[in-house]
Design a protein. Structure first.
Length: 274
């Protein structure tokens, strides 16, 4: 039955109301769709692992991580999940988001806390571990940022490591989830074969009770010392812009404080801040 408008004014406002409701409904659907896409792409832990195979019959897994966010229970992606995934993939070699030059010069794993976990676990279990990250301290670089050039260099470092790894080996790359997506693009562009992981959930299944690696606390302490001394010296030497230097120094101080808090969790074998 057709609505009978008693006046032109009533029809006008009725039509405007319908347009408004339709517009709001469309925007709501788009927002829900975007939120769902963002969640399943960047926050759903079972989508944070991919697999490729190259012409040297190497299986290359990439595990995306959230760094300090693993200590927040609402992320539903704990440090235990990282260890479980390493165990279940059972790699011959693990490559982590840390700078090899820093490790070689100072003996410090300068990657985020989840990289310290991965490194410590690999050392404990006798798994070969390499480092692939790149960043620098200067006037043109801001702390805790990334760009295309960084991922290009990370990718070049990965390929160099793969070339020096035996044929048929299983290699696991562990890096922040942003790098996961960037490296996925580059592996596809390189012609690596995408391998469908049939049961991603099984890669995160626990094998016994979780325990932090015994050496992890010492590795964290080394990084606290590095952040409080050597890194400060590097900042003062390499950054001449006062505002940029202050930003770097503040970041270094916050990093050391955060690591101290995380060290307490590790020593208590705790998974979450609260």
């Amino acid at each position: 039955m057709t609505l009978q408008c008693k006046s032109i004014e009533f029809c006008y406002y009725w039509n405007m109301k319908k347009k408004f409701l339709i517009t709001v409904s469309v925007l709501l659907v788009l927002c829900i769709g975007f939120a769902a896409f963002w969640y399943f792409t960047y926050l759903y832990k079972y989508n944070q692992v991919v697999e490729f195979r190259n012409d040297r019959n190497q299986d290359v897994y990439i595990l995306g991580t959230y760094h300090s966010q693993h200590f927040n229970s609402y992320m539903n992606y704990s440090m235990a999940d990282i260890v479980n995934c390493i165990k279940n993939v059972d790699p011959d070699v693990v490559l982590i988001e840390a700078r090899e030059d820093t490790y070689n010069e100072y003996g410090v794993v300068d990657g985020p806390i989840d990289m310290i976990l991965a490194y410590s676990y690999c050392v404990q279990e006798g798994i070969d571990v390499g480092m692939i990250d790149y960043w620098k301290i200067d006037n043109d670089t801001r702390p805790n940022t990334t760009d295309k050039n960084r991922d290009d260099i990370i990718h070049a470092n990965i390929l160099e490591k793969l070339d020096s790894t035996d044929e048929g080996c299983r290699v696991m790359i562990i890096c922040g989830d942003t790098h996961l997506h960037e490296q996925t693009k580059r592996f596809k562009s390189d012609g690596y074969e995408w391998v469908t992981i049939q049961d991603r959930r099984s890669l995160f299944e626990a094998q016994g009770e979780f325990q932090y690696p015994s050496a992890m606390a010492a590795v964290i302490e080394d990084k606290i010392e590095y952040a409080s001394t050597i890194l400060v010296d590097e900042i003062n030497s390499n950054v001449t812009d006062d505002s940029v230097r202050e930003e770097w120094l503040n970041t270094s101080a916050v990093l050391a404080d955060t690591l101290r808090r995380q060290l307490e969790l590790v020593e208590d074998n705790g998974l979450y801040y609260t």
